[in-house]
Design a protein around this ligand. Structure first.
Ligand SMILES: [Zn+2]
Length: 279
């Protein structure tokens, strides 16, 4: 149920269409103490009341983060990246009783968010947003694989400049791209036929091109198929994207060559791969 770039993009697009123009009537929170402790929710719950009476102007995403922009310089920043269910309810009586955050609108519709892993839900002014770690990480100068200026030339140059392993170059806070997690990394490398332990700066032009194409292709496929298969969209519809490589391939054989899938620990996560296809 993790919400990474493709899923955040799908949610933000649906939220922008459904919620723009709606005025917030009330804001409710439940069971959020553990998230407050680690700074993923506002310390003062009264901060969320600042959203009341305001109108949603737009909803945008970049990387894994969703920004709900309200009038008079307020924002709701959402990043349920380790799991979350964001649902729209067209009638007040269909909203679930279990949620961490609920936004009710003047027209009796509502939005609920239930986190199933770590994730951020914060009420912030435009100014506070500029200090937010996740906002700064994702709404940044770092390239996004779905934007036009993510070109092969830029990607190739930035890879060459990195004397690090590919995982560090593609995933995480020092990556040359926003929005890709360990799951996407495994899928991308499998498609590009590149071994996960390779160094970024050592790839030849052909390998870099294969990697670039795989990134574009996998992110777009995940968007087109409505997100990963454990993800549900704003209307509760399940995604149809099944990863070609990852923990779902444990103890299985490669669908391309038949070799046994192997696993290694890399950059704080498990990476599954085919040693025969990925060189
Ligand atoms: Zn194989």
């Amino acid at each position: 149920m993790s919400v990474e770039l493709p899923e955040a993009y799908i949610l933000a697009k649906q939220m922008n269409r459904e919620l723009t123009g709606k005025q917030v009537a009330s804001c409710n929170l439940q069971n959020c103490a553990k998230y407050q402790e680690i700074g993923f929710f506002n310390i003062y719950l009264s901060d969320y009341n600042k959203l009341c009476g305001r109108t949603i102007e737009s909803v945008v995403s970049r990387g894994n983060t969703i920004r709900v922009k309200l009038d008079r310089k307020m924002n709701l920043l959402l990043a349920p990246e380790y799991g979350g269910i964001v649902l729209f309810h067209s009638k007040s009586n269909t909203a679930p009783s279990r949620y961490h955050f609920k936004l009710s609108f003047k027209d009796k519709t509502s939005l609920t968010i239930r986190l199933t892993g770590m994730g951020m839900i914060k009420s912030q002014t435009d100014e506070e947003l500029q200090q937010s770690y996740l906002y700064k990480r994702d709404f940044s100068e770092v390239a996004s694989p779905i934007e036009d200026y993510f070109t092969f030339e830029r990607f190739s140059k930035e890879l060459t400049d990195r004397n690090v392993n590919l995982k560090t170059a593609i995933v995480g806070k020092d990556a040359i791209l926003v929005g890709l997690g360990n799951a996407a990394f495994q899928d991308i490398l499998y498609r590009a036929c590149i071994h996960p332990k390779r160094k970024a700066s050592e790839l030849n032009r052909k390998e870099k091109q294969a990697l670039f194409n795989a990134i574009k292709c996998i992110v777009q496929q995940r968007i087109n198929l409505g997100g990963k298969n454990q993800f549900v969209d704003l209307y509760g519809k399940q995604g149809n994207y099944i990863p070609a490589m990852g923990s779902n391939m444990r103890h299985k054989n490669c669908t391309k060559c038949g070799a046994a899938i192997e696993k290694l620990s890399l950059g704080g996560g498990q990476v599954y791969f085919c040693a025969n296809c990925q060189k």
